[in-house]
Design a protein around this ligand. Structure first.
Ligand SMILES: [Zn+2]
Length: 348
């Protein structure tokens, strides 16, 4: 039994050569899997399309209808940065369904862990609208399936994409069964993800945001993961860890303002995989989100997959930034003192 990946040529049909979120991103990852020889070490699963009911478990009927309607017209721009083309609809249904395929493999025990290399990305899609290159919220659809179809009671989603996963947050904001943790640049698109956004009602304390100043790299992310994210996971005791694996915090990213290296992503993924080992029999599923430097997204996604395989990725050729990083001590202390899931954790 080995790590599963989910990918499909139909994810490449959704593309706009003038857009940063284009098919070449996935081709770059596939090339990295092939040239490294890692593709031969994993089991490749074909995605199935998500069903209407699976989409409607996180989205409104209006939203799903809107996406279907755009498809009938042959696509177009839904907002200034979110496009559809001929064939996008199929890719979008397969992206949400592909995330479920990966989760199902892990929960059914046919894979110890998995990485869903899907497009279009999902974490900005809210219950009722597409935005930020995202149509359906793939990871949210998969988390809901884990609860509803597999009977889990607690799922954690960790989002290390450089943007706040506002859609995922919105979907589970009042839901205590899903812990949503996000590290992101702030102030930055989409503008949400403040420290005091912690969830509401049954979900109070099950949203954890770490908004960070520009220029944070491997050192800062490591601190935040060690002192905030991992302790929160231990407090929450998830039965499955899902990761919104975006690589746009890489230093070379054309839109992200952070300076993480491939090794930085390796280290974050390793901490999450280790936490899954301690908390939930190693059950962890990564779902691709952003990452717009083609070389960096290929190398970073490959390194994360190698972590899932239990390998130690080679340092790679892209290098790392050694300039001093912004001080995060105060942000971390604030979270440790104020967040319901972390209060008292420093002493524990
Ligand atoms: Zn992003």
């Amino acid at each position: 039994m080995t790590t599963a990946i989910v990918t499909d040529e139909r994810y490449l049909i959704h593309t706009d050569p003038t857009h940063v979120e284009r098919a070449e991103r996935l081709l770059s990852i596939q090339r990295a899997l092939d040239t490294s020889g890692v593709r031969a070490m994993v089991q490749q699963l074909a995605p199935r399309p998500a069903t209407q009911d699976e989409l409607l478990a996180v989205h409104t009927t209006d939203h799903v209808d809107t996406i279907n309607r755009y498809a009938v017209r042959g696509g177009g721009y839904i907002d200034t940065d979110t496009y559809m083309v001929e064939g996008t609809l199929e890719a979008a249904y397969l992206a949400a369904g592909g995330a479920i395929t990966a989760v199902a493999a892990v929960l059914q025990g046919t894979a110890p862990n998995a990485f869903a290399f899907v497009r279009p990305p999902g974490h900005h899609a809210t219950p009722d609208r597409a935005m930020g290159f995202c149509l359906f919220n793939n990871i949210a659809v998969a988390a809901r399936a884990a609860l509803q179809q597999f009977g889990l009671a607690r799922v954690a989603i960790v989002d290390y994409d450089v943007h706040h996963g506002n859609g995922t947050q919105d979907i589970f904001y009042g839901d205590g069964q899903v812990l949503f943790c996000s590290t992101h640049a702030a102030p930055y698109y989409p503008g949400t993800g403040r420290v005091d956004e912690i969830g509401t009602g049954d979900g109070a304390g099950a949203t954890l945001n770490v908004p960070m100043p520009y220029g944070v790299g491997d050192v800062g992310y490591q601190q935040v993961f060690q002192q905030v994210i991992i302790p929160a996971l231990h407090r929450f005791q998830p039965q499955l860890i899902l990761v919104s694996a975006g690589y746009d915090a890489h230093w070379s990213d054309p839109i992200g303002p952070m300076v993480v290296s491939v090794q930085g992503f390796t280290s974050m993924t390793k901490m999450l995989a280790d936490a899954a080992g301690e908390l939930c029999d190693g059950r962890i599923v990564l779902v691709l989100e952003g990452g717009y430097n083609l070389e960096a997204v290929g190398a970073s996604a490959l390194a994360s997959l190698q972590v899932l395989l239990g390998q130690t990725p080679a340092p790679g050729e892209m290098g790392r930034i050694t300039a001093p990083e912004p001080e995060l001590t105060r942000l971390i202390e604030t979270l440790q003192q104020q967040h319901p899931l972390l209060r008292g954790a420093a002493e524990a």
